[in-house]
Design a binder for this molecule. Structure first.
Ligand code: FES
Ligand code: FES
Length: 157
């Protein structure tokens, strides 16, 4: 290992030994053994490695690990609370928006930001916002339904 970085992951302070050439994805998966964030293409094209850094969507396979020092990272593991899935995760489960599940962490993190920025997105806006996330199972129709259900749930009765 070349250095140690301090960062916050899902609200917890972490002190991690890393190699200088590690990406944030490496920090999460190899440094912290947090395996929820998936590596698909490894080159910024598929969105499966998406996490939030200081509230912004980031492709963790392209984000240098040392740059995460002092930052606040949210991963898919940070969505559930006390072992309970959050409303967004439940919407994906209930609507069948998860098949093999490989793309799901990236879709969840991207959808989280979409609904924070635009709580009532149109179908077109959802498609546009999620257009950088690929699902190799081709589950786009059910993912769209899941996002719409999550938006409705967030809006309340
Ligand atoms: S693994 Fe990062 S975008 Fe595909
Ligand atoms: S559910 Fe399998 S890749 Fe999307």
């Amino acid at each position: 290992m070349n250095r140690t970085i301090d960062l916050t992951v899902n609200g917890r302070h972490e002190n991690v030994e890393i190699h200088d050439n590690w990406t944030l994805l490496d920090v999460l998966r190899s440094g912290l053994t947090m395996l929820g964030t998936e590596e698909g293409c490894g080159e910024g094209s598929c969105g499966s490695c998406t996490v939030l850094v200081d509230g912004r969507l980031v492709r963790s396979c392209l984000f240098l690990g040392v740059r995460a020092s002092g930052r606040d990272v949210l991963t898919v593991e940070g969505l559930s609370k006390d072992g309970e899935l959050d409303a967004l995760q439940n919407a994906f489960v209930d609507e069948g928006g998860i098949q093999c599940g490989f793309c799901t962490p990236g879709f969840l993190m991207t959808t989280k930001v979409l609904l924070e920025e635009n709580p009532s997105p149109t179908e077109e806006e959802i498609r546009e916002f999620l257009s950088g996330n690929f699902c190799r199972c081709g589950g786009y129709t059910l993912i769209l339904k899941a996002v719409q259900a999550a938006a409705l749930a967030k809006a309340g009765p």
